[in-house]
Every structure is written in structure tokens, then in C-alpha cells.
Design a binder for this molecule. Structure first.
Ligand code: FES
Length: 170
């Protein structure tokens, strides 16, 4: 041990190597403060970006092409799954009926053996025209407008509710 080491030890001072490797309380608190500020700044940035970006809800289009009119046989009920709509073709023409139950919004099912549209949730039943026959549903299934495009395709607009008596004659 050199005389300077003995002097430093005797005076309570630390050796230079030990002082460099030790993290002081001040350094530790500075690092905590910097990390906290970093996290807060990141959070503020995320919130700001979300606030400034447009709040747009992307929904499927309400108007859709159901298929060629000739593809629907007379006296048929065809379920269009991705639109939750029945295309009904009777001898007098076409109409489109919502498949969404008017009770609590379950998707109904066409039961050809019963000639009815039935709701699996609480047992409401509807005629193929959508009229309520039984169950807790408060009203009939709504009809949507149907028109024939120049290329022979049926075009249904789910935003346009029409009377049950309105039929597309083809
Ligand atoms: S949701 Fe159809 S009967 Fe309740």
C-alpha cells in the first residue's frame, strides 16, 4: 500500500476506481426521472396522434348486388349471408326482407319445411313476407328496396325501407 492510499483510506475518501463504478443516489434519481419523462412523452405522443387522426367508422356498403334476377326461382327464399337479407321471389315479383330479428337483433333462419322465418334466440316466427307470426318480436321484419340494374342484376338498398306491399315486378 502506497502512502497516498493509506492517506486516502485514513481520511475516509474512496479510491478513484470505486468512485467511478458506484452509482450515486443523484445519478439513480436522474435516471428514474429521465425514464419517467420518456414514458410520459411517449404516452402524450400516442394520445396526440390518435386525437389528430380521423375517427372514421368503416362499414360495409348498404347497397349491394344480390345476383341476376333469373337465378332466383319463383317461390324461393334465398339468404344472402354477408348482407343478412332474404331475397324472396314470388309469382308477383321480388322483395328483400331483413334477416335481423326485430326483438334483440339475432339473425333469423329460413325454415322451408315450416315455410317460416324463425329466430333461434327467443322463438319469434315470421312469414316469408316478414310478417310477425309468434314470439316476442315487436314488429315485422323490414323490407328493403330492390331494383333491377340494366345488366339484369338485383340491387338492394338496405338504407331504404319500403312498404311490405312494394314488389319488384320482373
Ligand atoms: S332476438 Fe329474435 S326472438 Fe329475441
Amino acid at each position: 500500500m502506497s502512502s497516498s492510499d493509506a492517506l486516502a483510506k485514513g481520511s475516509g475518501r474512496q479510491q478513484p476506481e470505486e468512485a467511478e463504478s458506484e452509482v450515486t443516489r443523484r445519478d439513480f434519481l436522474n435516471e428514474i426521472a429521465a425514464a419517467t419523462l420518456g414514458v410520459a412523452g411517449l404516452g402524450a405522443t400516442v394520445v396526440t396522434v390518435r386525437y389528430l387522426s380521423p375517427n372514421v367508422l368503416f362499414e360495409p356498403p348498404t347497397q349491394f348486388r344480390a345476383g341476376a334476377a333469373d337465378d332466383f326461382p319463383v317461390n324461393s327464399v334465398t339468404y344472402i349471408r354477408d348482407q343478412q337479407v332474404y331475397i324472396v321471389r314470388m309469382s308477383m315479383g321480388f322483395f328483400a326482407v331483413s334477416a335481423v330479428c326485430t326483438h334483440l337483433g339475432c339473425i333469423t333462419q329460413w325454415k322451408p319445411e315450416e315455410n317460416q322465418i324463425a329466430c333461434p334466440c327467443h322463438g319469434s316466427k315470421f312469414s316469408r313476407e316478414g310478417a310477425k307470426l309468434a314470439g316476442p318480436a315487436p314488429r315485422a321484419l323490414p323490407h328493403f328496396s330492390v331494383r333491377l340494374a340494366p345488366d339484369g342484376q338485383l340491387v338492394v338498398d338496405k338504407l331504404e325501407i319500403v312498404k311490405e306491399t312494394q314488389v319488384l315486378k320482373v
